[in-house]
Design a protein around this ligand. Structure first.
Ligand SMILES: Cc1cc2nc3c(=O)[nH]c(=O)nc-3n(C[C@H](O)[C@H](O)[C@H](O)COP(=O)(O)OP(=O)(O)OC[C@H]3O[C@@H](n4cnc5c(N)ncnc54)[C@H](O)[C@@H]3O)c2cc1C
Length: 393
Protein backbone atom coordinates (compact mmCIF):
# COMPACT_ATOMS: atom_id res chain seq x y z
CA UNK A 1 0.00 0.00 0.00
CA UNK A 2 1.34 3.46 -0.90
CA UNK A 3 2.16 5.54 2.17
CA UNK A 4 -0.31 8.33 2.96
CA UNK A 5 0.63 11.67 1.36
CA UNK A 6 2.17 13.88 4.03
CA UNK A 7 2.64 17.62 4.47
CA UNK A 8 6.43 17.92 4.64
CA UNK A 9 8.35 21.00 5.73
CA UNK A 10 12.04 21.02 4.82
CA UNK A 11 14.35 23.43 6.60
CA UNK A 12 17.38 24.14 4.42
CA UNK A 13 17.73 24.08 0.63
CA UNK A 14 21.25 22.70 0.22
CA UNK A 15 22.10 19.37 -1.42
CA UNK A 16 20.27 17.32 1.23
CA UNK A 17 17.18 19.56 1.34
CA UNK A 18 16.69 19.98 -2.40
CA UNK A 19 17.26 16.31 -3.12
CA UNK A 20 14.71 15.39 -0.44
CA UNK A 21 12.22 17.91 -1.82
CA UNK A 22 12.47 16.44 -5.33
CA UNK A 23 12.05 12.83 -4.25
CA UNK A 24 9.22 13.51 -1.80
CA UNK A 25 7.30 15.63 -4.29
CA UNK A 26 7.70 12.92 -6.94
CA UNK A 27 6.24 10.45 -4.45
CA UNK A 28 3.14 12.61 -4.09
CA UNK A 29 3.83 14.44 -0.84
CA UNK A 30 3.16 18.15 -0.36
CA UNK A 31 6.51 19.83 0.16
CA UNK A 32 7.51 23.28 1.41
CA UNK A 33 11.24 24.04 1.18
CA UNK A 34 12.47 26.94 3.31
CA UNK A 35 15.82 28.71 3.43
CA UNK A 36 17.01 32.20 4.40
CA UNK A 37 18.00 32.60 0.72
CA UNK A 38 18.86 33.87 -1.79
CA UNK A 39 18.93 30.47 -3.46
CA UNK A 40 21.23 28.77 -3.84
CA UNK A 41 22.42 30.29 -0.58
CA UNK A 42 25.92 31.79 -0.96
CA UNK A 43 27.02 30.44 2.45
CA UNK A 44 25.75 26.89 1.87
CA UNK A 45 28.40 24.19 1.49
CA UNK A 46 26.65 23.08 -1.67
CA UNK A 47 27.00 26.50 -3.28
CA UNK A 48 30.53 26.52 -4.54
CA UNK A 49 31.89 26.70 -8.02
CA UNK A 50 32.77 22.98 -8.08
CA UNK A 51 32.75 19.70 -6.16
CA UNK A 52 34.65 16.50 -6.85
CA UNK A 53 32.54 13.53 -7.94
CA UNK A 54 34.54 10.37 -7.21
CA UNK A 55 34.32 6.91 -5.67
CA UNK A 56 37.75 6.97 -4.03
CA UNK A 57 37.13 6.15 -0.38
CA UNK A 58 40.23 4.25 0.69
CA UNK A 59 39.23 0.81 2.02
CA UNK A 60 35.59 1.83 2.51
CA UNK A 61 33.75 -0.21 -0.12
CA UNK A 62 30.38 1.01 1.14
CA UNK A 63 30.91 4.58 -0.06
CA UNK A 64 32.75 3.39 -3.19
CA UNK A 65 29.70 1.36 -4.20
CA UNK A 66 27.32 4.17 -3.35
CA UNK A 67 29.43 6.61 -5.34
CA UNK A 68 29.37 4.16 -8.25
CA UNK A 69 25.56 4.53 -8.33
CA UNK A 70 25.87 8.28 -7.91
CA UNK A 71 28.27 8.47 -10.86
CA UNK A 72 25.76 6.58 -13.03
CA UNK A 73 23.17 9.14 -12.00
CA UNK A 74 25.49 12.07 -12.77
CA UNK A 75 26.08 10.63 -16.25
CA UNK A 76 22.31 10.31 -16.77
CA UNK A 77 21.69 13.84 -15.52
CA UNK A 78 24.40 15.21 -17.77
CA UNK A 79 22.89 13.44 -20.79
CA UNK A 80 19.69 15.42 -20.20
CA UNK A 81 21.34 18.81 -19.63
CA UNK A 82 21.88 21.24 -22.47
CA UNK A 83 25.26 22.39 -21.08
CA UNK A 84 28.03 20.47 -19.37
CA UNK A 85 27.73 20.73 -15.58
CA UNK A 86 29.30 17.36 -14.77
CA UNK A 87 32.80 17.14 -16.22
CA UNK A 88 34.25 13.66 -16.34
CA UNK A 89 37.93 14.58 -16.10
CA UNK A 90 39.15 11.57 -14.10
CA UNK A 91 40.89 11.79 -10.73
CA UNK A 92 44.65 11.74 -10.21
CA UNK A 93 45.76 10.67 -6.73
CA UNK A 94 49.45 11.32 -6.22
CA UNK A 95 51.77 10.22 -3.47
CA UNK A 96 55.32 11.37 -2.75
CA UNK A 97 56.28 7.89 -1.52
CA UNK A 98 55.49 4.39 -2.62
CA UNK A 99 51.90 3.33 -1.86
CA UNK A 100 51.63 0.88 1.03
CA UNK A 101 48.79 -1.20 2.41
CA UNK A 102 46.97 0.94 4.95
CA UNK A 103 47.46 4.12 2.90
CA UNK A 104 44.24 5.75 1.80
CA UNK A 105 45.54 5.76 -1.78
CA UNK A 106 46.72 2.12 -1.77
CA UNK A 107 43.49 0.94 -0.19
CA UNK A 108 41.41 3.06 -2.57
CA UNK A 109 43.21 1.61 -5.55
CA UNK A 110 42.76 -1.96 -4.29
CA UNK A 111 39.10 -1.48 -3.37
CA UNK A 112 38.22 0.03 -6.72
CA UNK A 113 40.14 -2.72 -8.55
CA UNK A 114 38.18 -5.33 -6.60
CA UNK A 115 34.98 -3.61 -7.69
CA UNK A 116 36.10 -3.79 -11.33
CA UNK A 117 37.05 -0.14 -11.79
CA UNK A 118 39.56 0.66 -14.56
CA UNK A 119 42.08 2.33 -12.21
CA UNK A 120 45.79 2.28 -13.06
CA UNK A 121 48.96 2.98 -11.09
CA UNK A 122 50.97 6.12 -11.73
CA UNK A 123 54.75 6.35 -11.61
CA UNK A 124 57.21 9.04 -12.63
CA UNK A 125 57.04 7.95 -16.30
CA UNK A 126 53.23 7.96 -16.57
CA UNK A 127 53.18 11.26 -14.67
CA UNK A 128 54.67 12.88 -17.78
CA UNK A 129 51.15 12.78 -19.24
CA UNK A 130 50.34 15.49 -16.72
CA UNK A 131 53.16 17.97 -17.31
CA UNK A 132 52.18 20.48 -14.61
CA UNK A 133 53.06 17.75 -12.07
CA UNK A 134 56.20 16.35 -13.68
CA UNK A 135 59.46 16.95 -11.85
CA UNK A 136 57.73 17.36 -8.48
CA UNK A 137 58.06 15.02 -5.49
CA UNK A 138 55.45 12.48 -6.67
CA UNK A 139 56.59 8.95 -7.38
CA UNK A 140 53.44 6.85 -7.02
CA UNK A 141 49.67 7.09 -7.06
CA UNK A 142 46.81 6.05 -9.25
CA UNK A 143 44.56 7.29 -11.98
CA UNK A 144 40.81 6.82 -11.83
CA UNK A 145 39.23 7.72 -15.17
CA UNK A 146 35.68 7.42 -13.83
CA UNK A 147 35.46 10.60 -11.82
CA UNK A 148 35.28 14.32 -12.34
CA UNK A 149 33.66 17.40 -10.95
CA UNK A 150 30.28 19.11 -10.96
CA UNK A 151 29.63 22.83 -11.24
CA UNK A 152 27.85 22.65 -7.94
CA UNK A 153 26.24 26.10 -7.65
CA UNK A 154 24.85 25.78 -11.17
CA UNK A 155 23.57 22.28 -10.46
CA UNK A 156 21.85 23.61 -7.33
CA UNK A 157 20.13 26.40 -9.33
CA UNK A 158 18.92 23.85 -11.83
CA UNK A 159 17.57 21.50 -9.14
CA UNK A 160 15.78 24.36 -7.38
CA UNK A 161 14.09 25.34 -10.67
CA UNK A 162 13.16 21.69 -11.25
CA UNK A 163 11.63 21.47 -7.76
CA UNK A 164 9.53 24.56 -8.43
CA UNK A 165 8.31 23.10 -11.71
CA UNK A 166 7.34 19.89 -9.91
CA UNK A 167 5.23 21.87 -7.45
CA UNK A 168 7.54 22.14 -4.45
CA UNK A 169 6.65 25.34 -2.61
CA UNK A 170 10.12 26.93 -2.46
CA UNK A 171 10.28 29.74 0.11
CA UNK A 172 13.56 31.66 0.26
CA UNK A 173 13.59 34.44 2.88
CA UNK A 174 12.60 32.20 5.79
CA UNK A 175 15.17 31.38 8.46
CA UNK A 176 13.88 28.81 10.91
CA UNK A 177 14.49 30.02 14.46
CA UNK A 178 12.78 27.23 16.33
CA UNK A 179 11.02 23.92 15.84
CA UNK A 180 7.44 23.85 17.10
CA UNK A 181 7.28 21.26 19.84
CA UNK A 182 3.96 19.85 20.95
CA UNK A 183 3.03 16.98 23.22
CA UNK A 184 2.83 14.78 20.12
CA UNK A 185 6.30 15.75 18.86
CA UNK A 186 7.48 18.37 16.38
CA UNK A 187 4.61 20.03 14.52
CA UNK A 188 6.47 22.43 12.23
CA UNK A 189 8.72 25.45 12.61
CA UNK A 190 8.80 29.13 13.51
CA UNK A 191 10.67 31.60 11.29
CA UNK A 192 12.55 34.83 11.75
CA UNK A 193 9.65 36.91 10.37
CA UNK A 194 7.46 35.60 13.19
CA UNK A 195 5.48 33.26 10.96
CA UNK A 196 4.84 29.62 11.80
CA UNK A 197 4.35 26.68 9.50
CA UNK A 198 2.70 23.44 10.55
CA UNK A 199 3.50 20.10 8.95
CA UNK A 200 3.09 16.35 9.48
CA UNK A 201 6.84 15.90 9.06
CA UNK A 202 9.66 18.40 9.53
CA UNK A 203 13.04 17.65 7.99
CA UNK A 204 15.98 19.65 9.28
CA UNK A 205 18.50 19.70 6.44
CA UNK A 206 20.32 22.84 7.45
CA UNK A 207 23.87 21.57 6.89
CA UNK A 208 26.33 23.08 9.35
CA UNK A 209 23.45 25.00 11.00
CA UNK A 210 21.62 21.76 11.92
CA UNK A 211 23.04 21.43 15.46
CA UNK A 212 21.78 24.96 16.22
CA UNK A 213 18.23 23.88 15.44
CA UNK A 214 18.53 20.42 17.01
CA UNK A 215 20.91 21.21 19.90
CA UNK A 216 20.90 17.65 21.26
CA UNK A 217 23.04 16.81 18.22
CA UNK A 218 25.83 19.15 19.29
CA UNK A 219 27.92 16.44 20.95
CA UNK A 220 27.96 14.43 17.72
CA UNK A 221 27.65 17.03 14.94
CA UNK A 222 29.42 20.36 14.45
CA UNK A 223 30.59 22.90 11.89
CA UNK A 224 34.18 23.18 10.73
CA UNK A 225 35.60 25.82 8.40
CA UNK A 226 37.67 24.39 5.54
CA UNK A 227 39.82 26.59 3.33
CA UNK A 228 39.33 27.03 -0.40
CA UNK A 229 41.51 29.26 -2.58
CA UNK A 230 40.96 30.42 -6.15
CA UNK A 231 44.08 31.17 -8.19
CA UNK A 232 44.18 32.82 -11.60
CA UNK A 233 47.06 31.52 -13.75
CA UNK A 234 48.42 33.85 -16.44
CA UNK A 235 48.34 30.95 -18.92
CA UNK A 236 45.41 28.57 -18.44
CA UNK A 237 46.54 26.11 -21.11
CA UNK A 238 48.67 23.79 -18.84
CA UNK A 239 45.73 23.48 -16.45
CA UNK A 240 43.01 22.35 -18.86
CA UNK A 241 41.24 19.16 -17.75
CA UNK A 242 42.79 16.82 -20.35
CA UNK A 243 46.28 17.34 -18.85
CA UNK A 244 45.36 18.62 -15.41
CA UNK A 245 42.38 16.58 -14.16
CA UNK A 246 40.89 16.74 -10.68
CA UNK A 247 43.64 15.74 -8.23
CA UNK A 248 44.70 14.98 -4.70
CA UNK A 249 48.36 15.33 -3.76
CA UNK A 250 49.35 13.38 -0.64
CA UNK A 251 45.75 14.19 0.29
CA UNK A 252 45.66 11.71 3.15
CA UNK A 253 48.59 13.38 4.88
CA UNK A 254 48.62 16.99 3.64
CA UNK A 255 44.99 17.48 2.57
CA UNK A 256 45.71 19.24 -0.75
CA UNK A 257 43.28 18.73 -3.59
CA UNK A 258 42.19 20.73 -6.59
CA UNK A 259 40.53 21.16 -9.94
CA UNK A 260 41.42 21.96 -13.51
CA UNK A 261 40.96 25.52 -14.65
CA UNK A 262 37.28 26.49 -14.51
CA UNK A 263 35.41 28.30 -17.26
CA UNK A 264 35.98 31.60 -15.38
CA UNK A 265 39.77 31.11 -15.70
CA UNK A 266 40.43 30.27 -12.02
CA UNK A 267 41.81 27.14 -10.40
CA UNK A 268 40.29 26.04 -7.11
CA UNK A 269 42.58 24.47 -4.52
CA UNK A 270 41.34 23.26 -1.16
CA UNK A 271 42.67 21.62 1.94
CA UNK A 272 40.72 18.76 3.43
CA UNK A 273 41.58 18.30 7.09
CA UNK A 274 40.38 18.84 10.62
CA UNK A 275 39.58 22.47 9.74
CA UNK A 276 38.67 24.99 12.40
CA UNK A 277 35.67 24.44 14.62
CA UNK A 278 33.19 27.30 14.05
CA UNK A 279 29.73 28.36 15.02
CA UNK A 280 27.72 28.17 11.79
CA UNK A 281 26.87 31.73 10.86
CA UNK A 282 30.37 32.88 11.77
CA UNK A 283 31.79 33.60 8.31
CA UNK A 284 35.41 32.98 9.40
CA UNK A 285 38.34 33.65 7.12
CA UNK A 286 41.12 31.60 5.61
CA UNK A 287 44.10 32.11 7.92
CA UNK A 288 47.20 33.69 6.36
CA UNK A 289 49.23 30.62 7.49
CA UNK A 290 47.04 28.40 5.26
CA UNK A 291 47.64 30.65 2.28
CA UNK A 292 51.40 30.56 2.99
CA UNK A 293 51.26 26.76 3.31
CA UNK A 294 49.41 26.56 0.00
CA UNK A 295 52.02 28.75 -1.71
CA UNK A 296 54.74 26.51 -0.28
CA UNK A 297 52.92 23.40 -1.53
CA UNK A 298 52.57 24.98 -4.98
CA UNK A 299 56.25 25.96 -5.11
CA UNK A 300 57.24 22.31 -4.48
CA UNK A 301 54.53 20.58 -6.52
CA UNK A 302 53.07 22.91 -9.14
CA UNK A 303 55.69 25.60 -9.62
CA UNK A 304 53.76 27.13 -12.52
CA UNK A 305 51.06 28.16 -10.06
CA UNK A 306 53.29 29.29 -7.20
CA UNK A 307 53.12 32.95 -8.17
CA UNK A 308 49.61 32.91 -9.68
CA UNK A 309 47.32 35.67 -8.46
CA UNK A 310 45.16 34.57 -5.51
CA UNK A 311 41.81 35.92 -6.61
CA UNK A 312 39.63 34.90 -3.68
CA UNK A 313 39.41 32.65 -0.64
CA UNK A 314 36.52 31.07 1.20
CA UNK A 315 36.13 29.23 4.47
CA UNK A 316 33.48 26.70 3.51
CA UNK A 317 31.56 24.89 6.24
CA UNK A 318 31.62 21.13 6.64
CA UNK A 319 28.87 19.66 8.79
CA UNK A 320 30.99 17.02 10.55
CA UNK A 321 29.71 14.05 12.54
CA UNK A 322 31.78 12.21 15.14
CA UNK A 323 32.20 9.19 12.83
CA UNK A 324 32.25 10.86 9.40
CA UNK A 325 28.96 9.31 8.24
CA UNK A 326 25.86 11.15 7.07
CA UNK A 327 23.00 11.51 9.51
CA UNK A 328 19.64 10.65 7.94
CA UNK A 329 17.02 9.44 10.35
CA UNK A 330 13.99 10.16 12.41
CA UNK A 331 14.69 11.72 15.78
CA UNK A 332 14.39 8.91 18.33
CA UNK A 333 12.46 11.04 20.83
CA UNK A 334 10.74 13.84 18.86
CA UNK A 335 8.03 12.42 16.63
CA UNK A 336 7.57 14.17 13.27
CA UNK A 337 11.21 15.29 13.11
CA UNK A 338 13.82 13.95 10.70
CA UNK A 339 17.40 15.07 10.39
CA UNK A 340 19.19 14.91 7.03
CA UNK A 341 22.65 16.39 7.43
CA UNK A 342 26.24 15.51 8.30
CA UNK A 343 27.69 15.86 4.79
CA UNK A 344 31.22 15.74 6.30
CA UNK A 345 32.91 17.33 3.31
CA UNK A 346 31.88 14.58 0.91
CA UNK A 347 28.11 14.76 0.52
CA UNK A 348 27.62 16.69 -2.67
CA UNK A 349 28.43 13.84 -5.05
CA UNK A 350 25.47 11.94 -3.61
CA UNK A 351 22.88 14.60 -4.39
CA UNK A 352 21.23 12.33 -7.00
CA UNK A 353 20.74 9.62 -4.33
CA UNK A 354 20.14 11.45 -1.05
CA UNK A 355 16.52 12.33 -1.72
CA UNK A 356 15.48 8.71 -2.25
CA UNK A 357 17.23 7.70 0.97
CA UNK A 358 15.54 10.49 2.91
CA UNK A 359 12.15 9.70 1.36
CA UNK A 360 12.50 6.00 2.26
CA UNK A 361 13.28 6.90 5.85
CA UNK A 362 10.34 9.29 6.01
CA UNK A 363 7.97 6.67 4.56
CA UNK A 364 9.37 3.96 6.83
CA UNK A 365 10.61 1.85 3.92
CA UNK A 366 13.49 -0.52 4.62
CA UNK A 367 16.61 0.78 2.89
CA UNK A 368 19.85 -1.08 3.66
CA UNK A 369 21.98 1.94 2.69
CA UNK A 370 20.13 4.20 5.12
CA UNK A 371 21.14 1.90 7.99
CA UNK A 372 24.65 3.34 7.96
CA UNK A 373 23.19 6.84 8.41
CA UNK A 374 20.83 5.99 11.24
CA UNK A 375 20.66 7.82 14.58
CA UNK A 376 23.66 6.04 15.98
CA UNK A 377 23.71 4.23 19.32
CA UNK A 378 26.90 5.92 20.32
CA UNK A 379 25.29 9.21 19.39
CA UNK A 380 22.13 8.33 21.26
CA UNK A 381 24.03 7.64 24.46
CA UNK A 382 25.78 10.96 24.14
CA UNK A 383 22.57 12.74 23.20
CA UNK A 384 20.73 11.39 26.19
CA UNK A 385 23.54 12.69 28.36
CA UNK A 386 23.34 16.09 26.69
CA UNK A 387 19.55 16.33 27.16
CA UNK A 388 19.71 15.42 30.84
CA UNK A 389 19.08 18.58 32.97
CA UNK A 390 22.22 19.82 34.74
CA UNK A 391 22.68 18.37 38.20
CA UNK A 392 21.61 20.71 41.00
CA UNK A 393 24.00 21.23 43.91
C1 LIG B 1 35.30 23.28 1.15
C2 LIG B 1 34.34 22.16 0.85
C3 LIG B 1 34.65 21.28 -0.15
C4 LIG B 1 33.81 20.22 -0.42
N1 LIG B 1 34.13 19.39 -1.45
C5 LIG B 1 33.30 18.39 -1.77
C6 LIG B 1 33.59 17.60 -2.89
O1 LIG B 1 34.57 17.83 -3.59
N2 LIG B 1 32.74 16.58 -3.20
C7 LIG B 1 31.63 16.33 -2.44
O2 LIG B 1 30.92 15.38 -2.76
N3 LIG B 1 31.33 17.09 -1.37
C8 LIG B 1 32.13 18.11 -1.02
N4 LIG B 1 31.86 18.90 0.04
C9 LIG B 1 30.73 18.54 0.92
C10 LIG B 1 29.41 19.01 0.38
O3 LIG B 1 29.52 20.33 -0.07
C11 LIG B 1 28.40 18.90 1.51
O4 LIG B 1 28.41 17.60 2.09
C12 LIG B 1 26.99 19.18 1.04
O5 LIG B 1 26.97 20.27 0.15
C13 LIG B 1 26.15 19.47 2.26
O6 LIG B 1 24.84 19.80 1.86
P1 LIG B 1 23.79 20.25 2.97
O7 LIG B 1 22.49 20.36 2.28
O8 LIG B 1 23.88 19.36 4.14
O9 LIG B 1 24.31 21.65 3.50
P2 LIG B 1 24.34 23.09 2.80
O10 LIG B 1 24.66 23.01 1.37
O11 LIG B 1 25.20 23.97 3.65
O12 LIG B 1 22.82 23.58 2.90
C14 LIG B 1 22.24 23.93 4.12
C15 LIG B 1 21.16 24.95 3.80
O13 LIG B 1 20.44 25.22 5.01
C16 LIG B 1 20.13 26.59 5.04
N5 LIG B 1 19.87 26.98 6.42
C17 LIG B 1 20.77 27.19 7.40
N6 LIG B 1 20.16 27.58 8.51
C18 LIG B 1 18.83 27.60 8.24
C19 LIG B 1 17.70 27.93 9.01
N7 LIG B 1 17.79 28.31 10.30
N8 LIG B 1 16.49 27.88 8.42
C20 LIG B 1 16.38 27.50 7.10
N9 LIG B 1 17.43 27.16 6.35
C21 LIG B 1 18.64 27.22 6.91
C22 LIG B 1 21.37 27.26 4.45
O14 LIG B 1 21.06 28.57 3.99
C23 LIG B 1 21.72 26.29 3.34
O15 LIG B 1 21.12 26.67 2.12
C24 LIG B 1 32.65 20.00 0.34
C25 LIG B 1 32.32 20.91 1.35
C26 LIG B 1 33.14 22.00 1.61
C27 LIG B 1 32.76 22.95 2.68
Amino acid sequence: MAPRARQVLIVGAGAFGISAALSLRRRGHTVVLTDPGPLPHPDASSTDISKIIRADYGADGFYAELADHALDAWERWQAGWSRPLFHRTGFLLLRSRELRPGDYEYDGFTTLREHGWPVSRIDTDTLERYPAWAGGPYVDGYWNPRAGYAESARVMSLLIAEAQELGVDVRPGLRCVELLDSDAGVAGARFDDGSEMRADETIVAAGAWTPQLVPELQPVMWATGQPVMHFRPTDRQPYEADRFPVWGADISTTGWYGFPVHSNGTIKIGNHGPGVRLEAGDPGEVAPQIIDACREFLAGSLPGLAVAELESTRLCLYCDTFDGDFWIDRHPARKGLLVAAGGNGHGFKFVPLLGELIADVLEGRENPVARRFRWREKGRERIEQARRPPETK
